[in-house]
Write a protein that binds this ligand. Sequence first.
Ligand code: ADP
Ligand code: MG
Length: 233
Amino acid sequence: MFLSSENLTRSFCMGEQTIVAVDHINLEVEAGEYIAFMGPSGAGKSTLLYLLGGLDRPSQGKICVAGKEITKLSERELARYRNQNVAFIFQDFNLQDHLNVLENIVLPLKFREVAKREREKIAMSLIERLGLSQRLRHKPSELSGGERQRVAVARALCGSPQLLLADEPTGNLDSKTGAEIVSLLSDLNKNGITILVVTHNHSVAQTAQKIYTIQDGKIVHCQLLSAASGGKA
Ligand SMILES: Nc1ncnc2c1ncn2[C@@H]1O[C@H](COP(=O)(O)OP(=O)(O)O)[C@@H](O)[C@H]1O
Ligand SMILES: [Mg+2]
């Protein structure tokens, strides 16, 4: 088992009220799986993704990734885990506005203290693969939405993550550009990266192998899709 959670729970105290955003979720993900999470707004999808990626800590329960219980790690170890194993893609791209395309993409490698020449070499091959060669020195504000998301994908891939977590990656894109990002995710998954994607978009979800429906912090339904449908959306 590549990733598992046991009784994973995250609650938020809001004054008198406690909101249970993620409610005793047990999840098992095999290496190389591609899973979509759907469900209404406020269901706990983002919170679940942040917990699994080590961006947030559970109130209860545990998470194991690649044989390691990440819920036991110190802050420092957790940051290292994220940097070395996990990549995030967000709806609003989350790029650094003051940095250009190349500088944004190499950031994870900079944190890893990879030498400048080496990180630019890795970045350049991704830049070519994602069709960003003409945009190297542009700032995010000078790019289209699709280009920004491709920069975010390149940055995500720069560190050769085992796990890619995407939170509504096509939410801010028109349908054609969204479809490009989706087929990119499919290709990455075919190359072995485990992907968990949160989406409202059924055609995005259809490219996954399984769709979990989340409601009120719980997984209420699992739909298996045939692998053959991957990439057709
Ligand atoms: N940092 C936070 N503080 C308080 N409540 C939060 C926080 N993050 C999420 N929530 C609450 O947890 C619930 C689940 O949120 P979220 O995971 O963002 O849902 P989704 O991504 O499915 O729309 C919501 O009720 C939301 O208001
Ligand atoms: Mg969300």
